[in-house]
Write a protein that binds this ligand. Structure first.
Ligand code: ASP
Length: 313
């Protein structure tokens, strides 16, 4: 154990000698490309990572064709669109909303929770009341397209998540700004056809998102219950603290999750994916099954979509 510790310590020391790559923004799935564009405009103008991640993920929240986030998100099994989101800055400030209905930009409500209240998390009716007090508009988030998909689902009412298609497209974004500060955001309509009242990992600080400005940041997508059982994103950050690269840290947590679930029947419903970014501007990702991708933008990488490595077919 001691030897391993020394090895990782040396590695961390080596990293400190390298020049820091910044700014950097990474985010989950195809819609990460548009989100990165919005974030990048802020980052290259010397803006804060916090503003970058908020503005970045708002693009997915506002897009009715992204049916797993914000406006047009798939509803729960009772036909209600309920949203989860959280945000975190480089001072360990964080804000979160869960089971929030009728508000298109839960990420901005989460930021208001962080900045305008003494609390971290507001849920349901209380979150909605707070959002309205803050000037957010109440609107119908169930688009015709998502309503039709729900009606098709209702015919069988069979809860069988389809990996990488209907259930796993949370947008999680991590950014490192010119000042070397990290922030992260995560927003989702959660698992489609979920039980009414179900909250996933995405608004849970430590599960769907975590960062430590001395170390790095991590965020997740996929079956939220798995991230909650393992404190997934916090664990990725902790492993980076002990010298793992972002890629190694994501891989180790995915392997822990696999170990927990591997003997369950019909495991094909399970997908999890992590993205991570460290203080040096190095990034990495890993997922359980093929199909997860993420978008990266740096001064030299022009918003490229990368397929994450995976553990099993
Ligand atoms: N993690 C989200 C949740 O469980 C969904 C997803 O990313 O697919 O609510």
């Amino acid at each position: 154990m001691l030897l391993i510790g020394v090895k990782y310590q040396n590695k961390a020391a080596d990293l400190n000698k390298q020049s820091i790559i910044k700014p950097v923004v990474i985010s989950t799935w195809n819609h990460g490309v548009l989100a990165n564009d919005a974030a990048w405009k802020i980052l290259i103008n010397n803006g804060d990572a916090l503003d970058a991640v908020e503005q970045g993920v708002r693009t997915a929240e506002a897009n009715p064709d992204v049916q797993t986030v914000g406006l047009g998100g798939f509803p729960d099994r009772e036909g209600h669109v309920t949203l989860d989101a959280c945000i975190m800055d480089h001072h360990n400030n964080c804000g979160s909303v869960a089971f929030l209905q009728h508000i298109k930009h839960p990420i901005s409500v989460a930021r208001k929770v962080m900045e305008e209240t003494p609390h971290v998390m507001l849920v349901g009716e209380g979150a909605l009341k707070f959002a309205l007090e803050q000037g957010f508009q109440k609107e119908n988030l169930l688009t015709e397209k998502s309503k039709q998909a729900y009606e098709v689902w209702l015919e069988k009412s069979d809860y069988k998540p389809i990996i990488n298609i209907e259930n796993h497209d949370t947008i999680s974004m991590l950014a490192l700004d010119e000042n070397g500060n990290l922030s992260g955001a995560c927003t989702t309509s959660g698992a489609s056809w979920k039980m009414h009242g179900r909250v996933g990992d995405s608004p849970i600080i430590g599960a769907g998102l975590f960062l430590d400005n001395e170390v790095g940041a991590a965020a997740a997508t996929g079956m939220g219950e798995a991230m909650m059982k393992t404190a997934g994103s916090a664990m990725v950050v902790e492993l980076m603290r002990h010298g793992r690269s972002p890629y190694e840290a994501c891989k180790e947590v995915v392997e822990r999750i696999y170990k927990i679930y591997k003997n369950e029947p019909d495991l094909e419903w399970l997908q999890v994916g992590f993205i991570a970014l460290n203080k040096q501007g190095e990034y990495g990702s890993y997922c359980l099954r093929p199909g997860f991708n993420y978008a990266v933008q740096t001064n030299t990488i022009k918003n490229k979509l990368i397929n994450a490595d995976f553990k099993i077919q």
